[in-house]
Structures are given as structure tokens and as C-alpha cells.
Design a protein around this ligand. Structure first.
Ligand SMILES: [Zn+2]
Length: 145
């Protein structure tokens, strides 16, 4: 009878350990997926920004080459586009930091859950954790009163 209880105890512990492992992997893969998604968006925005800057350069040169007159209004609006692209990039980077922080927070609360609770001390000096039936050091059977 006692042996069956210990076996199911062990199975429960194993299952808990497996669940915790799966949850950690879940948190990691969710973070990796979201990070990749945002990084791809940032990459696209940066490419767009680079093209726009090139476009401004070309426009300035064309103005110089053809009529020597600078269309300030057109240049200003092109520059404003670039500036708002930069704002968007900054927003995405902020998002990246939030994704990372959230994953850290979730992992942290998981660790808190998994922390064994010390309920006493064995005669051999080892800490005794809640729910155990044997001392982990001297293997003495533990009976909590
Ligand atoms: Zn002991």
C-alpha cells in the first residue's frame, strides 16, 4: 500500500517536472517566435528607410542637375516620411524589449512555483522539503508529525 503511494508520488513529481519543462519551452518558443516576427518587421522598415534616404539624395541631385532649383516642399515631405519610419522602428524595438521582459517575468513566476519549501531538518543536517518521504541525503524515512 505504502509502495503504491510512493510510486504515484514519484509519477506526480515526474509529471510536474515534465509540465514545468514544457511550460518553459513554451515560453521560450513564444518569445523566439514573436522576436523573429518583430525583427523581420524592423528589417523591412530599415530597408524602406534606406531606400527613402537614397530617394531624397537622388531628388536633390536631379534638382541640382536639371534646373538648379530646390523644391523644398517635396524634400521636406520625403524627410518627414523617413522620420516617421524611424519612429516606427523605435516602437518595434520597444515591443521587442516588452516581449523579452514578459518572457522573463513568466519564467520567474515559474521558478517561484517550483521552489521547494523547506519544512524541517533531518538528523543528518539536510533540509527536508515539503512532501518528501525520505531524506535526500541519508535516505532516512521521514515522518512528519
Ligand atoms: Zn538525513
Amino acid at each position: 500500500m505504502a509502495e503504491t503511494n510512493e510510486t504515484s508520488d514519484l509519477l506526480t513529481k515526474l509529471r510536474e517536472g515534465l509540465n514545468k519543462g514544457l511550460r518553459i519551452v513554451n515560453i521560450w518558443s513564444k518569445e523566439a517566435y514573436e522576436t523573429l516576427k518583430i525583427k523581420n518587421q524592423i528589417k523591412k522598415l530599415r530597408t524602406k528607410r534606406r531606400r527613402n534616404i537614397e530617394d531624397v539624395g537622388n531628388a536633390v541631385y536631379r534638382m541640382y542637375k536639371h534646373n538648379n532649383k530646390f523644391n523644398e516642399e517635396s524634400l521636406r515631405s520625403k524627410c518627414m516620411d523617413i522620420s516617421s519610419l524611424e519612429d516606427e522602428i523605435e516602437e518595434r524595438q520597444q515591443e521587442l524589449r516588452v516581449v523579452h521582459l514578459n518572457a522573463q517575468k513568466e519564467l520567474g513566476s515559474l521558478k517561484q512555483l517550483a521552489k521547494p519549501i523547506v519544512v524541517g531538518r533531518c538528523e543528518c543536517g539536510a533540509d527536508l522539503y515539503k512532501g518528501i518521504k525520505f531524506c535526500g541525503k541519508c535516505f532516512r524515512k521521514i515522518e512528519f508529525s
